[in-house]
Design a protein around this ligand. Sequence first.
Ligand code: HEM
Length: 135
Amino acid sequence: MESVLTFHFKYFLLFFLFRLSIKEQENIIGRTKGENSQKIKPLNPTSHLAKTDLKQNGIDIKVVRQSLPYGGIKEHGLVFLSYASNTLKHQKQLDSMCAIQNTNHDQIMDFSTPITGNYWFIPSIRLLKTFFNLI
Ligand code: HEM
């Protein structure tokens, strides 16, 4: 792992998402709700899955995600953490979500507000060994 992206999203508008029918919510995310969740087919091109399940040079972008919802009625949100082998993977996902290189943004952005975000660099064991001349 050589890159970590942290993001703090505020669920300001997410209550509106839950007012929609289950089918509409599933189309926005791109997955069915509940256990044995399935990818929606055909995928809505502005769904969260269509915007984040991407390829880089023909290879699936793999990231490890970990999120922590927090808060109460007044203040609530999600601390989103994602690990990847390089920052370009996260950059590509974020660009796609925000329509930097295409026209339509991720519909999840209509229901949440990004507050802050950081990239953290975590050197891999391979890099540390090279740096300290261990290999
Ligand atoms: C408001 C913030 C966010 C919310 C509420 C959210 C919610 C979700 C949900 C409900 C899923 C589908 C269920 C699952 O696989 O866990 C999902 C999948 C995913 N999200 Fe997010 N997400 C958010 C932000 C992000 C960001 C910032 C990224 C990337 C930079 C991201 C990347 C992904 C990826 C890669 C998947 C898996 C797609 C797949 O199944 O192939 N998400 N997210």
